[in-house]
Design a protein around this ligand. Structure first.
Ligand SMILES: *[C@@H]1O[C@H](CO)[C@@H](O)[C@H](O)[C@H]1NC(C)=O
Ligand SMILES: *[C@@H]1O[C@H](CO)[C@@H](O)[C@H](O)[C@H]1NC(C)=O
Ligand SMILES: *[C@@H]1O[C@H](CO)[C@@H](O)[C@H](O)[C@H]1NC(C)=O
Length: 263
């Protein structure tokens, strides 16, 4: 279903700076500061292109994978030259036609992440066919690293995931595996499916072809009280595209955000 998808990934949890540019664009540093995010990391990229076997070895050894391996699609990734050099993306580029892994970001002091901001750039081929839809990287967490995808539902103690999806006509959404209390599914911003994830704000932004775009997604877990006060905010090309409050990711406190879910 997915033909060519190019991703340049970099993570941010940045230190404070204040500036706001024109046209509603908010620099990443300001987004991070506004959510009091104080530490950051960047996923390493190779300095030269790499074919699939080298690329999957690089990712396996450098990207802190859950269980130490790519779950599937390792032969579908490669590091390639920038296909859209007039719309530059920082760093090297990984090409993917369907793969899944979970990159963990660990704290140095053993504390757990309650909020995380993920930022990456992506580009679709000029003639990309959107068909029915496809998934894009997001965040996941909780002790269970297997479920919360492919129809395996969360139960409040095991996991959550918040990937992105494109749908028909390049409509963008956040695709979440999370609990849906308080009649959330009757809200027109949500499309619930008891067998799969929840679509949040479908069409609140549109993906574009032929050049790089920046995705930035913030997830804040709900308080462990527990009450449904979690948040997701998404920025497309540094402009806020969606913001949802009153979300419910967990019913217990021994549950944190783990890192990047590439799927
Ligand atoms: C992070 O923790 C996981 C699970 O304990 C481990 O597999 C992984 O190697 C760690 N990553 C780093 C960069 O230390
Ligand atoms: C969670 O994942 C495990 C391991 O893959 C599986 O055995 C279990 O059935 C899953 N649970 C649910 C609720 O899908
Ligand atoms: C939630 O799911 C996990 C498997 O992912 C299971 O081990 C656990 O018992 C479940 N908890 C409840 C309350 O159903």
């Amino acid at each position: 279903m997915l033909t060519i998808l190019l991703l340049t990934l970099f993570f941010l949890w940045l230190l404070d700076t204040h500036c706001v540019s024109a046209a509603g664009q908010i620099p990443l540093t300001s987004v991070a500061a506004s959510f009091s995010l104080t530490t950051s990391t960047v996923i390493p990229f190779p300095s030269a292109t790499q074919s699939a076997s080298d690329a999957s070895s690089f990712i396996t050894s450098q990207w802190s994978l859950s269980k130490g391996h790519i779950q599937n699609g390792g032969s579908n990734v490669a590091f390639v030259d920038d296909p859209f050099p007039n719309s530059p993306a920082p760093g090297a580029t990984v090409t993917d036609s369907g793969a899944q892994w979970y990159s963990l970001w660990n704290t140095t002091d053993g504390s757990q992440f309650q909020s995380m901001l993920l930022s990456y750039e992506l580009a679709f081929d000029s003639n990309f066919n959107w068909v029915q839809g496809g998934k894009l990287p997001g965040l996941r967490g909780g002790p269970d690293v297997n479920n919360c995808s492919g129809g395996a539902e969360p139960n409040g103690t095991n996991c959550f995931s918040t990937r992105l999806m494109w749908r028909k006509y390049a409509q963008g959404e956040v695709y979440g595996y999370m609990l849906t209390p308080n009649n959330m599914c009757s809200d027109s911003n949500f499309i619930c499916n008891s067998d799969y994830g929840v679509s949040i704000d479908r069409g609140s932004f549109g993906f574009e072809t032929g050049h790089w775009s920046r995705i930035t997604i913030l997830v804040q877990l709900n308080n462990d009280s527990p009450i449904a006060n979690g948040n997701i905010v998404l920025y497309f090309n540094d402009v806020q595209a969606l913001s949802q409050q009153n979300l419910y990711f967990r019913t217990v406190n021994d549950f944190a955000i783990g890192g990047l879910y590439f799927s």
